[in-house]
Design a protein around this ligand. Structure first.
Ligand code: GUN
Length: 293
């Protein structure tokens, strides 16, 4: 069994991005600029946005953080999106989700100029990805694909089972795995809460991407020998052993599955660290106008 080390790969990618930014700057080019919009004080969102801003500094990007209180109106937030769309210095921006209930997330996402949508959530980017056109691919699916690539894991003709059908992981990663060319060309099955025979489907899988959000859902008796397992789960469970009072649990019963797997991602330290670095890569592509002119 080989552990897929997302922490190491993301550190390697961070160095690669930083080197490229340094080159751009020394050639007199524009410093890539990511803006993040944060509404309210949700603990998880605060942590994620702080990490995004910190990583921007580490790779040499410019970053801006725009904060609103929970009671911001949809109108005010949309006006901010419009301003960022028009700001020539901002290459890409994100509106951290979730948003308060009185604001339509879909309306906000669709208001973002798709050419600056480094989260890859805009329907134009999602649509372009689904037909294999250049686009911003959202961070978690892009991170998973990068891990498969960097470990040279064969995908052509393999049976890839995706557990979960969310818009931000399950659906896009299933699309990418069936795309023409490496690391796609897989035969993909998507299972979800209404799939009756998940165990049997998983037992025939060469690759399993678990993104259900159900801690330790995938058990040892559900997988065959040699399976490749990508665990996207990050459920917070209470823990007396950590300072924060919780720890992250994946969707995979790691010890049982790892003994049968050829490759497996740990939680934490697998897919998680890849998401922020994928956002940084999208921001670099936005800065270089590599996808959209
Ligand atoms: N909330 C949780 N993950 C994400 C993400 O990748 N992007 C945004 N904008 N919000 C999130």
């Amino acid at each position: 069994m080989q552990l897929i080390d997302g922490k190491a790969i993301s550190a390697q990618m961070k160095n690669e991005i930083a080197e490229e930014v340094a080159k751009i700057k020394s050639a007199g080019g524009k410093t890539p600029h990511l803006a993040a919009v944060l509404v309210g004080h949700d603990g998880g969102s605060e942590t994620y946005v702080a990490a995004k801003v910190r990583t921007c500094e580490e790779v040499g990007f410019k970053s801006s953080l725009i904060r609103f209180e929970d009671n911001v109106s949809e109108e005010e937030l949309l006006a901010c999106v419009d301003k960022l769309n028009k700001d020539a210095d901002v290459d890409g921006f994100i509106v951290q989700l979730p948003l308060p209930k009185h604001i339509s997330e879909q309306k906000v996402i669709e208001a973002i100029d798709y050419r600056k949508d480094v989260d890859g959530f805009h329907p134009i980017n999602v649509g372009r990805m689904s037909i294999g056109l250049p686009c911003f691919v959202s961070a978690t699916p892009a991170g998973i694909i990068e891990l498969l690539k960097r470990y040279g894991i064969p995908t052509q003709g393999k049976h890839c089972v995706v557990l979960g059908r969310s818009n931000i992981v399950g659906k896009p990663v299933a699309t990418l795995m069936m795309q023409k060319g490496y690391p796609g060309d897989a035969t993909v099955t998507v299972c979800h809460s209404r799939t009756p025979n998940i165990k049997e489907v998983c037992q025939s899988a060469d690759i399993i991407i678990a993104a259900l959000g159900v801690p330790e859902f995938l058990k040892g008796d559900m997988v065959k020998d040699g399976v490749v397992v990508i665990d996207v789960g990050t459920t917070r469970v209470p823990s007396a052993d950590t300072k924060s009072g919780f720890r992250l649990k994946g969707d995979v019963a790691f010890d049982e599955v790892a003994v049968k797997a050829s490759f497996i991602t740990p939680v934490p330290g697998g897919v998680g660290p890849m998401t922020i670095i994928s956002l940084m890569r999208n921001t670099l592509l936005a800065g270089k106008k590599e996808i959209y002119k």
